[in-house]
Design a protein. Structure first.
Length: 256
């Protein structure tokens, strides 16, 4: 069995209606706790250690003033690595979004007796190319964004053993961003996709309203999407930000 028999490939574009927010703590000292709070209950056999993940995140943080670093959540950045220079997003974050949306839809639709549930099919059947780790955050002209447009300041209130406390959450944001990425959909031996393009559209119709990234509850991160099948033997079109220096295992283009 070759690549064409096992996977059906799609290019997906998300165009954000307004603001997309960064959600990584700007203070390197907070990164390890932030990752630890999001780790799975059981560590996969091939997963990297907490220290390795923390080191990766810290290496992609923007430099901020020492007095501000503890209160701001930022976009991750690459400076020339993998041909990218500017704001980036992990493909793992996008797959997590797809899985979360599939779980919600599955809880509402149930399943047919003897068949896998919608969420199980999506979780086990929707992946991204293994050589792609980062994708650039683009503007509407297809150029990689190099800096955030501004910050959102949001007061929050919470209870502690000492009583009620207040704080300010601060998030970097960009407007009218675009994300372009490739998804691989698992196929059966009879070349039937485990998750159809209609299923993908259903997931993203929910996700587009639910929102992607931080501050979804305040209406941020909503997007319009487009899904296009990639013909066998063709590369996904390289983005302008990657054409200048796309090399090695991290490049976005994938050939069968």
């Amino acid at each position: 069995m070759d690549l064409r028999q096992l996977w059906k490939r799609y290019q997906v574009t998300w165009d954000f209606y307004d603001r997309l927010c960064g959600g990584t703590p700007g203070d390197p000292k907070l990164v390890e706790g932030w990752i630890n709070a999001r780790k799975p209950k059981a560590k996969p056999a091939d997963a990297r250690s907490l220290e390795e993940l923390a080191s990766e995140v810290v290496s992609t943080l923007a430099e901020v003033d020492e007095e501000e670093e503890t209160k701001i959540n930022v976009f991750q950045r690459l400076n020339g690595d993998s041909g990218m220079n500017g704001l980036v997003m992990r493909m793992g974050n996008i797959r997590s979004h797809i899985k979360d949306c599939a779980r919600v839809i599955s809880s509402l639709t149930g399943k047919i007796e003897g068949e896998k549930s919608f969420s199980v099919r999506a979780i086990n059947g929707v992946y991204y190319p293994p050589q792609v780790y980062w994708i650039p955050v683009l503007d509407q002209d297809g150029n990689q964004m190099t800096k955030a447009e501004g910050v959102i300041e949001q007061p929050v209130h919470f209870m502690t053993p000492q009583g009620k406390r207040s704080a300010i959450k601060v998030f970097e944001y960009v407007r009218d961003a675009r994300l372009v990425f490739e998804l691989w959909i698992l196929q059966t031996l009879k070349a039937k996709a485990v998750v159809s393009v209609g299923d993908l559209e259903t997931i993203m119709m929910y996700g587009a309203v639910h929102g992607f990234g931080p501050e979804r509850g305040r209406g941020e991160g909503k997007y319009h999407f487009q899904i296009e099948e990639i013909e066998h033997g063709k590369k996904m079109e390289l983005l302008p930000a990657l054409k200048r220096n796309s090399r090695g295992p991290e490049k976005v283009a994938v050939e069968d």
